[in-house]
Design a protein around this ligand. Structure first.
Ligand code: SF4
Length: 348
């Protein structure tokens, strides 16, 4: 592809992924930043891993003229991080995800373009909280959603993502499980698990500040305005809203990957998204013939990663500024956090 053709592909892709909520770049600014980032990646033997909740400009892959080498959900990104052969991983996601990439790749440098990209779930619990829970419920297996920091993971038996949480919870013989830190995801899982296996779950009181905004009333309003649409709700959405949504429309509650797969397989043409707004950009890019009602609810942490600070992280490589972007986890925590992550990797 010539540079001109590659630029056209990038601009077409970018425009097709707009949800109407994001800050749009001018063509000139977008092309200039992408060109510099692609050159810096080559120079420093770096790859860019990008989460589905990143804005469109960070989700467009190299084959479409963009900067991302891999785009995925938490589990997909963790797996991609294990296959990386480059010296540097530039992580376009939030801090707990970049930590997971480092835990799996201690011989690589993982750079996070903005270390303030946190997560309300990850910051709702500490390693000390898990130790106290284990003392309160001795012998009860602890499942940690991957949206936790390394020091929390280090105290848990196994991690899970929204994609494999159900299979992991079902795999334990114990009749009681501790699931942390998302109470809403826990309640949604509990409903399914208790029905299937009779297991009881002890939950933590954390919540995703994005998904908890999907109240039954908000979803009902979107359904009333779009009566022919199917609903796509994430596990992290409050359980009463999930039940309400699925009682009144066809649809799915599931992980980001489940949602993407469902849309691809569904004969429906319209969908209401009960998840982070830029997943709408992903869906629109993948399925341009379908339409998506997106909620304009964005994760402020994810949006702290931009093309500009991604470029700055790459520019810093080999300079005194590099340390500002490097993700580091002390070895005693990293080695203990690795075990529950590796156990999780045995599940799809
Ligand atoms: S969307 Fe929710 S769970 Fe994901 S990073 Fe943002 S606050 Fe955390």
């Amino acid at each position: 592809m010539t540079t001109e053709q590659s630029d056209t592909v990038l601009l077409d892709r970018y425009s097709s992924m707009q949800t109407g909520c994001a800050v749009e770049y001018t063509s000139q600014d977008l092309l200039g930043l992408v060109e510099e980032i692609r050159a810096l990646k080559k120079k420093h033997n770096a790859v860019v891993l990008s989460h589905y909740y990143m804005p469109a400009e960070l989700q467009i892959t190299s084959e479409h003229g963009g900067i991302a080498d891999f785009v995925g959900d938490s589990l997909g990104l963790s797996r991609a991080a294990m296959d990386v052969e480059s010296d540097y991983i530039i992580f376009c996601g939030v801090k707990f995800m970049a930590e997971t990439a480092f835990i799996l790749n201690p011989d690589k440098k993982v750079l996070l373009p903005n270390h303030d990209a946190g997560c309300s779930l990850a910051s709702s619990i500490t390693g000390a909280d898990v130790v106290a829970l284990k003392a309160q419920y001795p012998g009860v297996p602890v499942i940690a959603y991957v949206n936790t920091y390394a020091e929390t993971k280090a105290e848990c038996d196994i991690c899970c993502t929204s994609r494999n949480a159900l299979a992991i919870a079902e795999s334990f013989e114990s009749d009681t499980l501790i699931f942390l830190p998302d109470k809403f995801m826990g309640r949604n899982l509990q409903r399914v698990i208790t029905e299937k296996t009779g297991k009881k779950m002890i939950l933590w009181e954390g919540a995703c500040e994005v998904h908890e905004q999907f109240t039954p009333g908000r979803i009902a309003g979107m359904q009333a305005m779009n009566p022919n649409a199917a609903v796509l709700v994430h596990w992290e959405v409050p359980d009463d809203a999930v039940l309400q949504a699925l009682a009144n429309s066809p649809g799915i509650v599931g992980s980001t990957s489940d949602i993407i797969r469902y849309v691809g397989e569904s004969p429906m043409k319209e969908f209401i998204l009960g998840s982070e707004c830029d997943l709408g950009a992903t869906l629109q890019g993948l399925y341009p013939e379908k339409s998506f009602v997106t909620p304009c609810i964005q994760c402020p942490h994810m949006k702290r990663i931009t093309l500009e600070n991604t470029r700055d992280a790459l520019r810093s490589i080999g300079t005194s500024l590099e340390a500002k972007y490097v993700i580091d986890v002390p070895e005693d925590i990293r080695s203990r956090a690795l075990l529950p992550i590796e156990r999780m990797m045995e599940f799809n």
